[in-house]
Structures are given as structure tokens and as C-alpha cells.
Design a protein around this ligand. Sequence first.
Ligand SMILES: [Zn+2]
Length: 229
Amino acid sequence: MFDAGKLAQVIDLHQKSYGLLKWVGDALESGSLNFERVHSSLSFSEAAQDWIERNFESLPTVTRPAKEEIAPFAHLFASYLTTSFDLVAQPNRRFVSSYLNCGCAFCTTMVSAKHLRVKQPNKKAQGNAHRIKELYLASLGESLGKSYSHMLLETLLSTPELWEDIALATYACELLRRSEFASQGEGILVLWREIAWDKKGKIKKGFALSLPHILQAEANLREKFVAEE
Ligand SMILES: [Zn+2]
């Protein structure tokens, strides 16, 4: 079962990571960001953490985590970048001479913040999303102290009135996981579109992840499992 306090924290960090990327795009113009440190031996999310720590005081409070939340925030931010965008191999030349001391994928991506291309999830990503949902349902079933058949999981997955609850609860579960570990790939992007986009392929007006909605989705799914006993 979800830990409501922890979930509220990652929802907040998720929101802030969106804000941070947007802000970086504008702040690059002002030249106030620090890209001095070279990250060649660091992973993408380690480089993210180092960069956030170095620039912490320059970040606006609305896009900035509490100091003790920098590690989970850096994981979420890194995961947001790698799953949502095609990372740019060649940064915008105009910024290179003035900014880029480090050629790592993270710094290159940040310097190109205004020019990132949104990834289009392919068939593999769809399959990946299905698999993540299945894993989430299996773990929810297990948390109820029973092992449910694969057939039941598939039945739930193909029940239209549960689609939204399953996508939302799975996304939340992945958000918790992504605040600690690497991303599960582009399946996340598929889930995000299922919960946040309308049928026309646009983000729903005013959409934001909501803790009560997620907890309700989990409760609805739990009820379905219990009803099977
Ligand atoms: Zn770097």
C-alpha cells in the first residue's frame, strides 16, 4: 500500500522537476548557471545531483527541493529528462563556448533545455507500459497476502472501467521507485499520456497529479482483488 506521506513528497518533487527544466531554459540566457564541474566519471543522475547541489542557491524556491531531498529529486529529474526527451548529442553551439566545460549527457541536455524534442513512445514502449502495470497489480495483490493468478491480472488489465485507476496507481508506484532507482524506460511516457492527456493528444487542462485521486485508485483496485476471494 502507498505511504501517503512519501507519495505526497514525490508528487511535489515531480512538479518541481517540470518547473526546473522550464526555468533552466530561460535562465541559460542570463548566464547565472554554473557548468564548471566536469562529470565524466559520473552517471546521468549523479551528474544531475552534482549540478543541482552546485546551483542550489540560484534555483527559484518553487523549483527547488529541500536540501535533504536533493538525492531523490535528482533521480526524478534525471529520469524525467531521459524518459521524456531525445537527448541531444550536439548542443546548441551558441552556448557551448560560454557555458559548457563538461561534455556529459546531463550538462549537454541542460544547455539544450529549450531545444529538447519530446520522445514519441513506440510499440515497445506500449508493451513496456503493459508490463509495468502487470507488475504493479501483482505487487498490490501480494500486499494483500495472496498470490493472484496471471489470468486475474490480465482480466483486470482488460477491464475498461479500471484503466484509469491502473494507469494512475502504476504511475505513482513508478514515481516512488524512480525517486530511488533508474527509470523503467519509455513505458512511463505511455502511462503519463494515459493519465494526463485528453483524447486529442493534449495535456488535460489544469492537470496535476493528485494524492487523493491516487489513493482512491489504489483503494478501488484493492477492492477488486478482495472481491475475487
Ligand atoms: Zn556534466
